[in-house]
Design a protein around this ligand. Structure first.
Ligand code: NDP
Length: 458
């Protein structure tokens, strides 16, 4: 596959890149391995300072970086700016908290000294997607580098300029040469990298297919992996919910990042007592959502990131309709001239998606909502759990008994009550079932890529 920046708003090819050859890849791994030997001995204070510098650089270059993201993958510019701010936040968070998280922990035993020491593993390979081209990388890199690891980034082939910009920022921040490198290589080259004995572990955010392929390669070589894969998050609305707030949040949670987020709300499961109000509410919001050039500050929905993603979503909607689903709402597009060649998709609401519909269990990566009517809390939870995925879940109720049951019974890596699912540097993030395993962020995320070493002195 070609490594290229294509502006999804206009379909214009911005820049193409030749993938690195085997020798260049080998040199990068050798450099990372050499750097690790000295980097692992640097102090927490020094690493924290480099992370602080990184945060400062991100904020200084915010406008340029945000624009680059919008040009490469089409997210609304306001969301791109917020993404850069969040990357600065995660760098500062680990700069401030990392040392405390990694301090040796003394555990009293019969030994004169017994403790847990946290030590870096070495080179970590990060395979990352295009949907949050900065955030996905920084939420891995900030804790990994704070722990003393070094990183190789294989970014998605449609965001090479973001990938190169990220490596440059880490270098400008003062991290030694080789601590963070970008490798412009296709997904098909990943299995060979994982087999390289100098690479100690890998993390991947992306599709189930890519995750399975990485896990297979890593399994053959007994290497640790963290996988953050797809999701089809439920958004449950019960009769006691604040309906206007639920509607406003539901639309935001579906439309965020042009609908291309793993933790976007995708299945709206609504109690019959409030179903009609909710359905009409999200329909009205879908109708008035501002679609257009994502560089315009007022735009709320830009294009999908690639023609293939757009075609795949179109095929899924047709498949759903072909199996008895109804289009409760389907917006036809009226785009400004400069956007007419772009990969836009009209917001759509599907109803009557039954369990025998193949799309019932699929992830819809774009502005398409599935709406379900239920008659009880038990039915809502059953439907919410009737998916292979288990990433996040949002549930709306003012009844604290109901909230407790939802927290207990929803099969997900995160449950948010009366709020939208979102990631936060302070809280662990990750899924269960086919949404993957392992955690990012928080202390749990930091500890994924360390050797938890038991130390005993008699
Ligand atoms: P992919 O999973 O194919 O891409 C994600 C990353 O994995 C990219 O860096 C990609 O590289 C790499 N990759 C692809 N195939 C392999 C492989 N066999 N071994 C190792 N690495 C691989 O996502 P797509 O862009 O194709 O999107 C397809 C679907 O995936 C979406 O519609 C969505 O459902 C899901 N997805 C979920 C994301 C999430 O946040 N959970 C993010 C992105 C996608 P390359 O670009 O070179 O192929």
């Amino acid at each position: 596959m070609v490594i290229a920046s294509v502006n999804p708003t206009t379909a214009e090819v911005l820049k193409t890149f030749s993938p690195l050859g085997a020798e260049e890849v080998d040199r990068a791994i050798a450099q990372a391995a050499t750097t690790f030997e000295t980097y692992r001995l640097t102090s927490f204070e020094q690493r924290a300072q480099w992370l602080e510098n990184t945060a400062n650089l991100l904020q200084q270059q915010r406008e340029t970086l945000a624009r680059l993201m919008t040009l490469e993958m089409g997210k609304p510019i306001a969301e791109a700016r917020a993404e850069i701010d969040k990357c600065a936040w995660v760098c500062r968070y680990y700069a401030e908290q990392g040392a405390a998280f990694l301090e040796p922990e003394f555990i009293p035993t019969e030994a004169s000294y017994s403790a847990i020491h946290y030590q870096p593993l070495g080179i970590i390979l990060a395979v990352m997607p295009w949907n949050f081209p900065f955030w996905q990388v920084f939420r891995f890199a900030a804790p990994a580098l704070m722990a003393g690891n070094v990183a190789l980034l294989k970014h998605a082939s449609n965001v090479p300029q973001c990938a190169l910009a990220i490596a440059q920022i880490f270098r400008q921040a003062g991290f030694p040469e080789g601590v963070f490198q970008t490798l412009l290589i296709p997904g098909s080259a990943v299995a060979d990298l994982v087999a390289d004995p100098r690479i100690k572990a890998a993390t991947l955010t992306g599709s189930e297919a890519a995750g399975t392929s990485l896990a297979q390669a890593a399994g053959q070589h007994l290497k640790k992996t963290v996988l953050e894969l797809g999701g089809s998050d439920p958004f449950i609305v019960m009769p006691s919910a604040n309906i206007s707030q639920a509607i406003a949040t539901a639309v935001q949670a579906r439309m965020i990042n042009n609908g291309q987020s793993c933790i976007a709300a995708k299945r709206f499961i609504v109690h019959e007592a409030v179903y009609d109000t909710f359905a009409e509410g999200i329909k009205a919001a879908f109708e008035s959502w501002v679609i257009g050039d994502p560089l315009e500050p007022t735009t709320q929905l830009g294009p999908l990131a690639t023609a293939a993603i757009r075609d795949e979503l179109h095929a899924q909607v047709e498949l759903a309709l072909g199996h008895g689903a109804k289009a409760f709402y389907r917006r036809s597009l009226d785009l400004p001239t400069q956007c007419r060649q772009g990969y836009f998709f009209g917001p759509t609401i599907l109803t009557e998606v039954t369990p025998n519909n193949p799309v019932f269990t699929q992830e819809l990566f774009g502005p398409v909502a599935m709406l379900f009517r239920v008659s009880s809390l038990t039915a809502a939870i059953e439907l919410a759990n009737a998916t292979p995925f288990g990433l996040g879940a949002s549930a709306w109720t003012q009844d604290s008994d109901e909230a407790e049951i939802l927290v207990r019974d929803l099969e997900a890596g995160a449950v948010f009550i009366n709020a939208m699912v979102k990631s936060d540097p302070r809280l662990p993030f990750g899924g269960i079932k086919t949404s993957g395993y392992g955690r990012e962020l928080g202390r749990a995320g930091l500890l994924e890529f360390v050797n938890i070493k038991t130390v005993c002195r008699a």
